[in-house]
Write a protein that binds this ligand. Sequence first.
Ligand code: SF4
Length: 139
Amino acid sequence: MDFFDRAYFFDQGLRFECQRCGRCCTGESGTIYVGPEEIAPMAAYLGMPSERLIENHLYPFKGSYSIREDPNGSCHFYDQGCAIYPVRPVQCSSYPFWFSNIRSEKSWCALHRECPGIDQGRLYTKAEILERVHRAMKF
Ligand code: SF4
């Protein structure tokens, strides 16, 4: 059966609305995959050449790059909010609809501890959720 046709616990959709608390951008260290096609838009948004973006803010990861972190674990681009929000990588824009988070109802419910946006705001349809999961599968 196709990935998009199966039954899931979220067949009726899931609610999510970012509360801009910054928890997922700060704290525990992690990797933030930046695909090759995401570099130029980020550099343009910041008004710098791609080479400078790579040199100052990224490091090699999985055939492309990841965003550097500050010593306290915060994303390099977090400054009382995301400094590259309109062009943030898919790994960020698809959160919290990652496979690891929607693989079971238990995983989704456990996210309440980390993200106050879970079960708030607008309803994402099953199709929207699966589209985001699919996009996020590259990292
Ligand atoms: S933890 Fe959730 S509510 Fe807070 S910034 Fe991240 S996505 Fe938004």
